[in-house]
Design a protein around this ligand. Structure first.
Ligand code: SF4
Length: 346
């Protein structure tokens, strides 16, 4: 397969047309990719393929033309269009621990002849028996020995360690920008389908960063919530003098904990579980990284918007809740709100 990177050595998408379509497994959220890689498949995060597509806005409209409701989250519509556009034949979908929209989307795929593979996180992160059972079922359905997936974890831990170093450089040395941090960490959901090339590029990026001067912005902020769909949020934050030193969910995709087994790893991963373990992680991030304010990114029509109340209740910092619907650039009203928030933090 071909994996390309831009001049700054940030990861960019694989060229989909070059991939053997029979080996691709589209994923709709972060899942145990160790099992997918161990089985010889190429995991491709459909969210990334959609949001980086130059016609991402149109892909949302195409999904609406195909009958998906206007008042459904744009990520769901983008996943649908990306799957159709690249003739993906297998989709591995999280049916518990993400959202019911994904579950309904899976049924749409089934009705259109696309093979779907369900994966469910347990309701509680402490239910390790349920999680173990799901991991083994997934390995069975992809016809791979479970022990091979555990071996793959060791290999991917080494790759992810490079991304943890990129994250550390963002908030300790201040030599990695918030946007670079976002791109590297969000890309760990599928390691762009090729962990060897991904690792090589991460090593090259780390070398490049060592020669850099630190970011000069004094104001340190965090972005919590699902990864933003708008393309210029980080660039705009940087232009108004804010250094994003914490990308909550993207960091979670990189599995930032030291764990021995897949069950331990996917129990520590906070995203599929209740808000309370996320809150602990956010609180720790704020303290450790000396964060002065948060942007809580919420996706229009997403149930996770309800968490805003709990985040505000539990986090004693100024918070700007930013709601966005479709891919594209920030509009004038959003920019004004962000500018006013950053000014207030100063
Ligand atoms: S943003 Fe919300 S509604 Fe949309 S796919 Fe993610 S969890 Fe589901």
């Amino acid at each position: 397969m071909t994996l390309t990177f831009n001049d700054n050595l940030l990861p960019t998408l694989p060229i989909m047309e070059d991939l053997p379509v029979d080996r691709i497994i589209g994923i709709t959220s972060t899942i145990p990719i160790e099992i997918v890689f161990a089985a010889g498949y190429i995991p491709i995060d459909l969210n990334n393929i959609f949001v980086c597509d130059p016609s991402s806005y149109k892909m949302v409209e195409d999904a609406e033309s195909a009958g998906l409701p206007r008042n459904t989250c744009a990520w769901i519509k983008g996943i649908y269009s990306a799957t159709r556009k690249y003739h993906i034949k297998k989709v591995l979908s999280v049916i518990q621990g993400d959202c019911s929209n994904n579950q309904a989307l899976m049924e749409i795929f089934q009705s259109e002849g696309i093979e779907t593979i369900p994966f469910a996180y347990p309701h509680s992160k402490t239910d390790k028996k349920f999680l173990q059972d799901q991991l083994e079922r997934l390995a069975d359905s992809l016809e791979v020995d479970y022990s091979k997936a555990e071996e793959m974890k060791g290999r991917l831990d080494a790759v992810r360690a490079k991304i943890h170093e990129i994250d550390r450089l963002t908030w300790v040395e201040n030599t990695v920008t918030g946007e670079e941090n976002h791109i590297w960490t969000v890309s760990t959901s599928d390691l762009m389908g090729d962990y060897t090339v991904f690792e090589e590029r991460a090593v090259r990026f780390l070398k490049l960063v060592r020669e850099r001067e630190p970011v000069q912005h004094a104001l340190r902020i965090g972005v919590v919530g699902i990864p933003p769909i708008c393309e210029d949020l980080y660039a705009f934050l940087s232009s108004v003098g804010a250094h994003v030193v914490f990308n909550e969910i993207q960091r979670q995709f990189s599995m930032p904990y030291s764990t021995r087994t897949l069950v331990d790893q996917y129990s520590e991963y906070t995203y599929p579980y209740d808000i309370f373990s996320r809150l602990e992680d956010i609180q720790q991030g704020i303290k450790q990284r000396n964060i002065k304010g948060l942007i809580h990114y919420v996706q229009s029509f997403c149930h996770r918007h309800i968490h805003d109340r709990l985040i505000r209740k539990n986090v004693q910092l100024p918070i700007l809740t930013l709601d966005c619907d479709r891919p594209g650039r920030l509009d004038g009203a959003m920019k004004t709100r962000i500018e006013a928030f950053i000014e207030m933090l100063r």
